[in-house]
Write a protein of this length. Structure first.
Length: 424
């Protein structure tokens, strides 16, 4: 493989606090060195990166894919294209597919399909319960051995407290954790928007914000009981974040992520029944959005995940209450996160840490760093370049972006996987 030299880039490594203009040299798919004036190795391909930022490839904790079972929405191959365009080099795929990833052979199938893309490390979650139905635990040991990164029922909460207690205990025994969709299902059933004035005015069935905090409170108690590690996905309310903040202060094994819609949009984005903005959990009032931003800044939130949920046009071209929840998020993950930097809410390295080293550390992966000897998973981006999100023109199959029409600053110029260019 030809040497690759990034010349004059702004190197950004949240793991070490590195923020400097320098060169970075890649050899045999690994980062060989970085620093000022590395020279030009004979035969090297030179990327003139002056004025551009070079950071570790993004690590996405949570992405839904259609395969197997819903390939009309998204395939692993099309998701890999969208991920590369967003600067993502590693992502974790949810197991609530059809069939669910509750069998070691299915976990290995997804792993192989990810490897076949050549541009993405795809790490499947194992189903926490058989069929992701919330009843009988799956075989954690076999799934872990097959390559499952952790356990979850994806978009379905583990509603039964005894089942969740067992899941936390078993996952702990195998050195892993459980990812919970924090929503009390009997309160959320049939709901389409956050309960309150807007939902009432639009005549939409509401989901009380307490549905989230109630589940968070219960599972914190179960983490205390079992010593297990619970991770809450796409946390969206200030009340839930306050509980998580207190649990961390207590020293419990509790972590969480959020997704870009919950710090960039509020419930007014559903407008007059705009189904692209129908998500699960639903968009919240402005006070909750501000609470999420504050939790990003103070470290309560451990990572930002794309929460990519592909839906096709037929899923969304329905009355709001009947339309499927979910938004495409791979290609917009970096841009929406950088909006919090441009808005003054986060420092640049802190924003990037939530997309790189923090999720990698949570997963126990040696990625998300510009370390010498590490795989050259890299994203090159222009921090100031403006662009507009346009549904219908996004990479990949899924076009159901809640950010359709959003103007952004910060555009991916190129993405490299183990030193091989996969985008740009």
């Amino acid at each position: 493989m030809t040497d690759l030299l990034f010349a004059g880039a702004r190197l950004l490594d949240p793991a070490t606090g590195l923020d400097t203009t320098a060169d970075l040299l890649v050899r045999d798919g690994l980062i060989l060195d970085h620093g000022a004036n590395l020279g030009r190795p004979e035969g090297a391909t030179v990327i003139a990166a002056e004025g551009l930022c070079l950071a570790p490839g993004l690590v996405d904790l949570r992405a839904d894919i259609g395969e197997p079972g819903h390939e009309h929405r998204e395939t692993i191959a099309s998701a890999a294209l969208a991920a590369a365009a967003g600067g993502i080099t590693t992502f974790c795929a949810l197991p609530d597919t059809d069939p669910a990833l509750d069998d070691p052979a299915l976990v290995q199938f997804v792993l192989r399909k990810g490897e076949a893309t050549g541009g993405l490390t795809l790490l499947p979650y194992g189903a926490a319960t058989k069929g992701c139905t919330g009843k009988e635990l799956a075989e954690y040991g076999l799934l872990r051995e097959a390559g499952a990164i952790a356990f979850t029922d994806g978009r379905r909460p583990i509603a039964n407290a005894r089942t969740m207690r067992l899941a936390l205990s078993y996952a702990r025994a195998f050195g892993s954790f459980v990812v919970q969709h924090p929503e009390e299902p009997s309160l959320a059933q049939g709901g389409a928007a956050t309960e309150g004035e807007l939902a009432t005015r639009l005549g939409l069935p509401g989901i009380p914000p307490a549905a989230e905090s109630m589940m968070v409170q219960r599972d914190i108690a179960l983490a205390r009981l079992t010593g297990g590690h619970v991770h809450f996905a796409h946390v969206s309310t200030g009340a839930a974040l306050a509980l998580i903040r207190a649990a961390k202060a207590e020293g419990l094994r509790v972590t969480c992520d959020t997704a870009p819609p919950y710090f960039d949009l509020n419930e007014t984005a559903i407008g007059d029944y705009r189904t692209y903005a129908k998500l699960s959990p639903p968009l919240r009032p402005e006070a909750d959005r501000q609470a999420v931003v504050a939790a990003l800044a103070d470290g309560t939130i451990d990572a930002i995940a794309s929460d990519h949920q592909p839906r096709d046009a037929d899923d969304k071209r329905l009355p709001f209450a009947q339309a499927e929840a979910g938004g495409a998020g791979l290609a917009t993950l970096l841009g929406i996160t950088l909006a919090r930097f441009h808005g003054g809410d986060l420092k640049l390295l802190d924003a990037l840490a939530l997309l790189t080293v923090k999720p990698a550390t949570l997963l126990g992966l040696p990625v998300g760093r510009l370390a010498k000897g590490a795989a050259a998973d890299l994203v090159l981006f222009d921090l100031e370049r403006g662009w507009q999100v346009k549904a219908g023109q996004l990479p990949g199959k899924a076009q159901n972006s809640p950010f359709d029409g959003r103007a952004l600053e910060g555009r991916v110029v190129g993405t490299w996987k183990a030193g091989r260019r996969v985008f740009g």
